[in-house]
Write a protein that binds this ligand. Structure first.
Ligand code: CA
Length: 230
C-alpha cells in the first residue's frame, strides 16, 4: 500500500509538530507548513491525499484557502479537514459549504484526528449508496424506489420532504451537512424547503423514527448528520 500523505497547514508550531509526530508515527507522510501561502505553493507538487487546514491563519485565512483550493481543478478533489476553535461555528458552516469535508475542534487528541482522517478517506473511496437498492442503517430500512421507510420492521409514513432528508443523510453516514447543503441536495426532489424549515422537518423525521430518532444527530451551530455505524 502506498503511503498516504497529509498536508498540514497550521501556523501554531506546537499543534503542527504534534500533528506531524502523531501522523508519522501512524504511518502517514506529512508535509507541514505554517501559512496558506506556503500551502498553496506545495499543494500542486505534493498532491496530498488530504489537507488539514487551520481556519485562523495569518495572511490567507482558512476559508479563503478552501475557496482557492476548491476553485482549482487540480486541487478541488483533495479532501479538506478544517482545524477550528470553539465558537467558530459560522466559519465551520461557511467552510463546509465551500466544500470542506469535515472539521475538528481544538483542543483535540491525536487519536481523534487520525480516526477522522481515516473516516474521510474511507468515505471518499466508497461512494455513497444511491439508486434503487434499499439502505439498511442502524436497524432502519430506506427504500428509495418505493420511497418507504421501515423502522423496527414496521412501515412508517414519511412526507416527501422528510423522506428526502433521511434518505440523503443515510446515504452519507458520518458527514455533517449544513441546513443549506441539505436544502440544496433535496431541492430537485421537493420544492419550497428553506434552510429554516429543515429544523422543523428534522423534528418530524425524529418523531417518526421513534426509538431510533437519535440516529439523526444535531451538530450544534453547524447542522445535522446521520450517525456513522460502528
Ligand atoms: Ca491558527
Amino acid at each position: 500500500m502506498t503511503q498516504r500523505s497529509i498536508l498540514i497547514i497550521e501556523d501554531e508550531a506546537d499543534i503542527r509538530n504534534l500533528l506531524q509526530y502523531n501522523l508519522e508515527k501512524d504511518g502517514f507522510r506529512t508535509v507541514p507548513v505554517a501559512s496558506g501561502e506556503d500551502g498553496l505553493q506545495l499543494v500542486r507538487n505534493e498532491s496530498p491525499d488530504i489537507i488539514l487546514l487551520d481556519l485562523m491563519l495569518p495572511g490567507i485565512d482558512g476559508l479563503e484557502m478552501c475557496r482557492i483550493l476548491k476553485a482549482d481543478r487540480k486541487t478541488s478533489n483533495i479532501p479538506i479537514v478544517m482545524l477550528t476553535a470553539k465558537g467558530e461555528e459560522s466559519d465551520i458552516v461557511a467552510g463546509l459549504e465551500l466544500g470542506a469535508d469535515d472539521y475538528i475542534t481544538k483542543p483535540f487528541s491525536p487519536k481523534v484526528v487520525i480516526a477522522r482522517i481515516r473516516a474521510v478517506m474511507r468515505r471518499r473511496s466508497s461512494r455513497p449508496a444511491t439508486g434503487i437498492e434499499p439502505i439498511k442503517i442502524h436497524g432502519i430500512e430506506i427504500h428509495p424506489g418505493k420511497r418507504s421507510v421501515i423502522v423496527d420492521g414496521r412501515h412508517v409514513d414519511f412526507t416527501p420532504t422528510e423522506f428526502e432528508i433521511i434518505y440523503f443523510l443515510a446515504t452519507h453516514p458520518g458527514w455533517v451537512f449544513t441546513r443549506y447543503q441539505i436544502v440544496d441536495a433535496i431541492r430537485d426532489e421537493v420544492a419550497a424547503v428553506t434552510d429554516r424549515s429543515v429544523d422543523v422537518q428534522i423534528v418530524g423525521v425524529r418523531r417518526k423514527l421513534g426509538d431510533f430518532g437519535d440516529i439523526v444527530e444535531t451538530v450544534r451551530g453547524v447542522g445535522y448528520r446521520m450517525k456513522e455505524e460502528e
